[in-house]
Design a protein around this ligand. Sequence first.
Ligand code: ME8
Length: 534
Amino acid sequence: TGSEKQGATAYYVSTPIYYVNDAPHLGHAYTTVAGDVLTRWHRQRGEKVWYLTGTDEHGQKIMRTAEANDVTPQAWCDKLVEEAWKPLWEHLNIANDDFIRTTEKRHTDRVQEFVQDLYDKGEIYKGGYEGPYCVGCEEYKLPGDLIDGEGEFAGQKLCPIHKKPVELLKEENYFFKLSEYGPKLLEFYAANPDFIQPESARNEVVNFVEQGLQDLSISRSTFDWGVPVPWDPKHVIYVWVDALLNYATAVGYGANQEKFDGTFPANVHLIGKDILRFHSVIWPAMLMAQGLPLPGKVVANGWLMVGGEKMSKSNLTGIKPQDLTSHFGVDAYRWYFLRAISYGSDGSFSWEDFSARYTSELANDYGNLASRVAAMVGKYFGGSLPEATAAGDAERAVQEGLAKAVATADAKIGEELDFQGGILAIFDFVKQVNGYITEQEPWKVAKDTTPEGQARLATILYTAAESLRGVAVLLNAVMPETSQKLWESLGAEDSLGALADQKVQDAGAWGTLPAGATVTKGAVLFPRLEEKPA
Ligand code: ME8
């Protein structure tokens, strides 16, 4: 095992598969948009990519929700997936390559085989367990993890994440010998210091494993909404074991060896910090037990908070992404959370902050630059991009600025998953170009009708348009619709071809946009915001 993929070709990124107990909120969209930006970035590098998302449909939480709504769990899941989850990802322009549902046969058959295999290898045994269980987490809790209830929950022990009472569960279950994997896991973390990110998450996991692991209960017999244990079908497989396996079954585990070898393991598992232990302890141990390769990285994002608490479906604090996209637009939505919150840290959503950043950074800095440049090429050169024949130090500084933005954004977004840092590098360049135009004052230079004056004017406008060409490529992963509009307004679609074929690593190649390109004033990239809805 090792975190470098051997002979595999696709850059494989996953999101958590979300519970379909309710419709998605901003928190789910946060992780999914981050994965979409990451994978679009790698596609724009010309790499083969596999971006996977899906839904987690088994377990007590889903079963109880369906019962409360008087439908079968399967009918409940079908409805939520088709009417809420898939449409949202389409709405947010998520370019996932597959969508896995854990109730699909391509998944359940392989889950049974995987677990049977572990049983045959002696990795699973029958035993008893009694302990506090949180249905919200679908997890047995350690007594030390619980918090004391207050008010309506006075005298009860609560789950620290859901702030709801835990239930005492006693079962005869099958257990996976997780405790035996502690030393191997610690060795793996030491050999692969980047495996768990950010650093705080890594430290938390290492501390947890150093304290010694307990064996993991991997079956349930008190309810039946799950994948039956093949050798003892009175039990269903624990929902988390079932769920984690989606990362293997979706890419052909046990069914399509060629696809599996070309994709598995994931380069990056994107998760929220609430499900860190499952992904960095249980999942690697399951893979070790089967002799399968381990993922490259597990990267945890922080929580989007509402009123100081994690935004959540169970606590009814979820805000629908559509409530924001209808006001700010899809592209601004995709941009905002990655721009405003350092990936890995918690962050609060505020309408005021979003509005302020939209107006100053998107509409004023970026949108106005694009429309001013197109307008001036129209006014002074009849919409035909002029040649830059009089470039000097000021132009060279802009060229260097673009090259620097490309290098920084590529390292930060493509490698470090520092989306905020990458976006800031691109917007610093946008500011630089605005500064350049303010200093050069093309509207004044235009009044100088000598050949030298006209050559200066041409050079300034070419420099600005060529800069925007680079910006369109760099922001395509984050705001694809806006980049496409800008690309077309620069006449780049006709002269250079599809934006998707522009490699990010060539975005800084100065002089790519040809003189003579037809520049048109396209639609306003970021329209003025309406009043905040009541
Ligand atoms: O845990 N802030 O599903 P889930 C940021 N089915 N991210 C948030 C968030 C918030 N307030 N709320 C949710 C499950 N998320 C399991 C996963 S994977 C094999 C099984 C995001 O529907 C974040 O990525 O509770 C978190 O990890 C995920 O949604 C949990 O979604």
